[in-house]
Design a binder for this molecule. Structure first.
Ligand SMILES: NC(=O)C1=CN([C@@H]2O[C@H](COP(=O)(O)OP(=O)(O)OC[C@H]3O[C@@H](n4cnc5c(N)ncnc54)[C@H](O)[C@@H]3O)[C@@H](O)[C@H]2O)[C@@H](O)CC1
Ligand SMILES: [K+]
Length: 511
């Protein structure tokens, strides 16, 4: 199994065409490379720290004009250094400031030691901090360098601040959030807002870090975009910038077959609704034609409830094999409400053998729980023709080792799964990650919380299918589907049901 990601150099060029600095997601490891490159280019690193700390102070003053006191908590690394700069700037602005340090400040090195020297004051010990009403906490204990669980001393302060319900402004990341994974290491501050530098980190977008970061402000401390772009990895925020060049062309001459024919497999008579939701979403999302392929016993149930979408009796492999003779049927959605695992495996095999594209969702994914490698083998080689849309539970069925590896972030899991399965993987959740076999990954952030409702996934599968059948590459088809699905959730609004979603799928965003 080739799990090692070795993104091709050409990917850098791929991103280059889609480059927008504010869509970059920089891991702490990428940030190390960027720091080194910035230093090599002659940028003075203390200048970066000075601008970072000043930005934090400005945010504190702007966000908390009524603060009685700013309590700056400074850690043993450069995050603490930012804190000392901020403390100095807050004092210069006339605010009341208290500074408490974790560890011995005289042990600070490099830029952080310079920042302490410029601050000039003597920080008190962290354990001496006694929360008071009116305090605003500026959390500069740990940022990108957090490498293990928070020490007890810090945990106690986190708890005291929470007990007193004091507002927290975090520097770079709330202390305790792992910047690479978004996980809590022992305990973490819950920030009203976080000021981070240049780009967001995975910990700002992946849960629970996303929630605990509050509003994230990204401040430009002066590292040239060119350096960021070259040394960034292959993770971005899912925005139209990433896939707009792959959007299907809508010309006056667009013909329904040019826009592609999508087929969605229905489950048995007792479970047909999921397929119809997918089909309705596929039609709305731009497929020229959509057909529900129904087992014979479910034909009536489907026929009574379909308009616009066509219906065909497909009740077994022979029927499907015959249907696959029609070259215009390019894309299939298999899984929503499907039920029959044996039949799902057989259908997937036929679709793969005929070189068609497949969105495998729900029961279609679970059907391969005992033989995931058989599925991955079906779609190996050539362009990516498979899109997998698991939630965490389904993911664990196909990739139990990845699901159980606590060292991996959600981004890592999706990337490794995509490489292994030769599929574009949509790892669903409030922080959906989309990954390609070549190592590209996107984190989605436009989904409102109420989108997590029964049937929502069926709609998403249909949108992916519509995009694939219009000829979009799998990764772009998947990513743009997740984005349009999120927009549909916002448009349909709070209290939506999945039935409301197809109607609410928005047009493509203006290029
Ligand atoms: N990357 C950049 O270009 C810039 C980074 N800046 C700041 O620098 C920060 C990163 O600085 P560092 O790499 O020094 O990292 P941190 O300041 O986040 O923490 C690293 C220090 O904490 C120690 N440490 C890590 N986990 C610990 C734990 N659980 N318990 C006790 N000690 C622990 C490490 O040994 C190290 O001394 C960023 O978060 C940001 O705030 C800014 O100064 C602006 C420029
Ligand atoms: K922090």
């Amino acid at each position: 199994m080739a799990d090692d990601l070795a993104p091709a150099a050409s990917l850098q060029a791929w991103w280059g065409m889609h480059q927008e600095i504010d869509t970059l997601i920089i891991t702490p490891r990428d940030m190390g490379r960027i720091d080194a490159a910035a230093a090599a280019s002659g940028l003075a690193s203390y200048g970066l720290m000075e601008r970072a700390g000043q930005a934090v102070a400005a945010a504190a003053l702007r966000r908390f004009p009524g603060a009685h006191r700013f309590v700056v908590l400074c850690g043993p690394g450069n995050n603490g250094g930012d804190g000392y700069v901020a403390a100095r700037a807050l004092e210069a602005a006339g605010a009341e400031v208290a500074v408490h340090a974790l560890g011995d400040p005289s042990a600070l090195r490099g830029d952080a030691a310079i920042a302490l020297r410029h601050f000039g004051g003597a920080p008190r010990a962290l354990a001496e901090y006694g929360p008071r009403p009116g305090d605003v906490v500026v959390d500069a204990l740990f940022g990108a360098g957090l490498s293990r669980d928070l020490p007890d001393e810090a945990v106690q302060v986190v708890e005291a601040v929470r007990r007193h319900a004091l507002p927290v402004l975090a520097v770079d990341l709330p202390s305790g959030i792992d910047g690479r994974t978004g996980e809590v290491r022992g305990a973490a501050f819950e920030a009203v807002a976080t000021v981070t530098f240049m780009c967001r980190k995975p910990g700002h977008l992946l849960l629970p870090g996303r929630t605990l970061s509050g509003d994230v402000e990204v401040f430009d401390i002066g590292i040239p975009g060119r350096i960021l772009a070259v040394h960034a990895g292959h993770v971005r925020v899912n925005t139209p910038y990433v896939w707009r060049l792959a959007e299907p062309q809508q010309t006056g001459a667009t013909h329904k077959y040019v826009r592609g024919h999508l087929a969605v497999f229905s489950g048995p008579a007792t479970a047909t609704g999921a397929a119809r939701l997918s089909a309705a979403a596929g039609l709305r999302a731009g497929a020229g034609l959509v057909t529900v392929l129904s087992p014979t016993d479910a034909l009536f149930a489907n026929a009574a409830r379909l308009t616009g979408v066509m219906l065909k009796d497909v009740d077994g492999e022979a029927d499907l094999a015959a249907l696959l003779e029609d070259e215009r049927l390019k894309t299939f959605v298999l899984g929503p409400g499907f039920g029959d695992a044996g039949r799902a495996r057989a259908y997937a095999g036929l679709i793969a053998a005929k070189g068609r594209r497949l969105v495998l969702d729900a029961d279609g994914i679970s059907a391969f729980r005992d033989t995931p490698d058989a599925l991955f083998g079906l779609f190996a080689g050539g362009d990516t023709r498979l899109v997998l849309t698991p939630h965490d539970g389904e993911f664990a069925r196909l990739f139990p080792d990845l699901a159980g590896d606590g060292t991996l972030s959600k981004i890592d899991r999706a990337q490794k799964a995509a490489a292994r399965s030769h599929a574009a993987v949509i790892l669903k959740g409030a922080d959906t990650v989309i990954a390609a076999p070549d190592g590209r990954a996107l984190v989605n952030e436009n989904a409102p919380p109420w989108l997590a409702t029964a049937g929502s996934g069926d709609v998403l599968a249909g949108i992916v299918g519509a995009h694939l059948t219009q000829g979009m590459p799998a990764f772009e088809a998947a990513a743009s589907a997740v984005w349009r699905h999120g927009e549909a959730g916002s448009i349909a609004g709070k209290g939506l049901t999945a039935e409301d979603l197809p109607e609410a799928i928005p047009p493509w965003p203006a290029a």
